[in-house]
Design a protein around this ligand. Structure first.
Ligand code: BGP
Length: 449
């Protein structure tokens, strides 16, 4: 296959997640979830109760996605819209909303890419322990089964869980996401429940003979150091193992990285792994690996004697580096380095770049337009890297810009915009940004039309 042919195999899309776009909290029987509860408790001055009201603008939004030429749209289903109590009684209105999305996308010829779980956990499940309680796995499977049965044949691209690492680190170590804990033992146990739940969902997908592909979506980061010393190298290896390989290794082999597993079990007595669970993980590797790429990490040695992994390395800013206002380094080469490492360590595997994008405080001009040239240059640089990756023979089958439309940034509110389509938050009016126009042209050229 030539470089151009490999590149053409890619579905060019864009992504979002239910809680970040839908709004309509409590509408049509939707139950409360972990994020409703989080914003109520933390008084941040924003929340997702209205978001960009995608629930009531869905036809318009999908028409705009078609207009900018998306070949695929990644979205997530809100568990508490389908099962307001987390389990038990199904809310038909919830399913109907996603029917509209799926059927309209199919009519437009846009491939629906459905994420089953993108962080919004029904509140009744959080109240009984959430992802720490092993019962969550059965509850998650009940929810998966409903979606598999309902969307059979209409959705062919599935993601089980979005970025368990973010939920583990921010939710259970740093305390910045629900349930706002700071507890390594819980964090590591929860990471195992996520990995196992994903493997069991994949198993169910296959048992139910579903058509299409399923995999987990991770956010692995390459980790670099500035000064090549033994201590820094050690810090780099710990950081990569903890942030990235702790999830990549089980997703691709069913096992945990040995050294990190030994350390966690000795230090935190976690994860506790029941007999047979590793076999289930080994036997149910996804059809592809979803990779959300935003940035690399650069670290230096910290305190190796600490019993907290995050103390063993500290993040450093690269002198002269290119950073956004929110401190995220713009480093397109990182995605190549990351995927090369994954290929070197685990061999050939199908990869979908399930999120890539940049948060800016884009300003609307007087005509209500967004001239987001910085985003265009970011996307140009990153899609160029995708071309390089394909040229190296790696199997990339999808690339999704985060995000299709402006939306809620979990802990930054609405100032940090990501969309190809802009939203006037006062009027809820939508307009295609310059980046949306650029992407349409890019996709058109990719398809040689
Ligand atoms: C990813 C999440 C997305 C999205 C994105 C941008 O980790 O999967 O849901 O939020 O990051 O992050 P932020 O909004 O924090 O800038």
């Amino acid at each position: 296959m030539t470089k151009k042919e490999a590149h053409k195999k890619i579905l060019w899309g864009a992504a979002s997640a239910a809680y970040q776009v839908e709004g309509a909290t409590g509408c049509d029987g939707k139950g409360k979830n972990s994020w409703d509860d989080y914003y109520e408790k933390n008084n941040l001055g924003y929340d997702g109760s209205f978001a960009v009201d995608h629930y009531h603008h869905v036809e318009e939004d999908l028409r705009l996605f078609h207009e900018i030429g998306l070949q695929s749209y990644r979205f997530s289903v809100s568990w508490s819209r389908i099962l307001p109590e987390g389990t038990g009684k199904i809310n038909k209105k919830g399913l109907e909303f996603y029917d509209r999305i799926v059927d309209t996308l199919n009519q437009y010829g846009i491939e629906p890419y459905l994420t089953i779980y993108h962080w919004d956990l029904p509140l009744p499940l959080l109240e009984k322990g959430g992802w720490l309680n092993p019962e969550i796995i059965q509850e998650f499977l009940e929810y998966c089964k409903i979606l598999f049965e309902h969307f059979r044949g209409r959705v062919k691209l599935w993601a089980t869980i979005n970025e368990p690492a973010s939920e583990v680190i921010e939710g259970y170590i740093q305390g910045t996401h629900p349930p706002q804990e700071k507890n390594y033992t819980h964090a590591i146990q929860v990471s195992h429940h996520y990995n196992l739940a994903s493997a069991k969902a994949i198993q169910l997908f296959r048992e139910m003979k579903m058509e299409g592909k399923i995999g987990i979506v991770l956010n692995p980061m390459p980790v670099d150091i500035l000064e090549d010393t033994e201590e820094n190298r050690k810090a780099r290896d710990i950081a990569y193992s903890f942030l990235s390989d702790w999830y990549i290794c089980p997703a691709l082999t069913g096992h945990y990285p040995e050294e990190m597993l030994k350390f966690c079990q000795e230090t935190y007595h976690a994860p506790m792994i029941q007999e047979d669970e590793i076999r289930v993980m080994e036997e149910n590797i996804g059809d592809y690996l979803g990779v959300n790429y935003y940035m690399r990490r650069v670290v230096k040695a910290g305190n190796f004697a600490s019993d907290k992994i995050e103390d063993m390395f500290s993040y450093v800013k690269v002198p002269g580096g290119n950073y956004t206002k929110w401190g995220w380094e713009i480093y397109p080469e990182g995605v190549v380095k990351l995927l090369e490492r994954i290929y070197n360590e685990y061999g050939k595997t199908e990869i979908i770049i399930s999120e890539n994008g940049i948060g800016f405080d884009d300003q609307m001009n007087e005509e209500g337009k967004f001239e987001d040239y910085e985003r265009i240059s970011y996307l140009k640089d990153h899609t160029e890297m995708i071309e390089q990756i394909c040229a190296k023979g790696m199997d990339i089958t999808g690339y999704y810009v985060w995000s299709a439309i402006d939306l809620l940034s979990w802990t930054n509110g609405y100032q940090k915009r990501y969309g190809l389509i802009g939203v006037d938050f006062e009027t809820m009016e939508r307009s295609v940004k310059k980046s949306g126009e650029w992407y349409r042209e890019f996709i058109r050229q990719e398809n040689g039309k």
